[in-house]
Design a protein around this ligand. Sequence first.
Ligand code: PAF
Length: 278
Amino acid sequence: MLVLTKTEEVTTHLRNWDDFHIAMVPTMGALHDGHLQLVKEAKSLGYSVLVSIFVNPRQFNNPEDLAKYPKTLDQDLALLSTVNADWVFVPEYEEIYSNNFEDIELNINGLDNVFEGSFRPGHFDGVIQVLYRFFKIVNPEAVFFGQKDLQQCMVVRCLINAFFPNMKFFQVETIRNDFGLALSSRNQRLSPGGLLAATSIFKAMTALKDHRKNYLEALRFATSILTNAGIEIEYFNWIELPNMNVLDENSIDVNTHQAIVFAGYLEGVRLIDNLVFD
Ligand code: PAF
């Protein structure tokens, strides 16, 4: 496994691998089994895999969140070698935000105004600008993203459709611990009690789904599971995909492309999760 820090090193190394199928897994480090699963899936499809580790300041709307973002590079590299990642690209800020690239404009069909877009102003623009640069530098045949960041997956699809039409996009199912908690780098900031309380997110989403016949009551019950666990809810809705319109009791249906989406704070840590149907 080669660790690269310069853009030029990446282009030189990958050029020598022209005959190979290269996939990219973009990350911000603090890796967990969810990230490793992305690498494993890419490898199982025969790709050689480049993982990037870069905490992108431009996608943080909250400076405190950026300052507290966990950084565990040595451990990340050790984990990546267990899944046979081929290259790890760990650039400095200047390497990515040099003058080589202009910011792009991208229409993301209103995704910047709802849910993550509205609670984290500027977040998706930051994600778009960094991924545009990474995709230009690495030029992967395929990219792998986790479904836990459902709205981000939709934004990345817009980016690919507009600027990288030949790139393949893979959305990989969320990995959960034995109690249903979605793996997330942010979980590292929770206390042992917080980790237990955070399992209420999956419980609440599952309760809403299971008791949906009595939707309004189910919503009240599921919401109480979250609040009783000390979670401050930002949003908790049943939505239609891909437009993300909020649905009511008359239009929810687990056999169509719909989802339950959640975001909230626990112990000052912002957590998101979702259940996707169909
Ligand atoms: O999901 C993430 O970790 C980040 O948003 C990404 C895709 C690596 C872009 O910085």
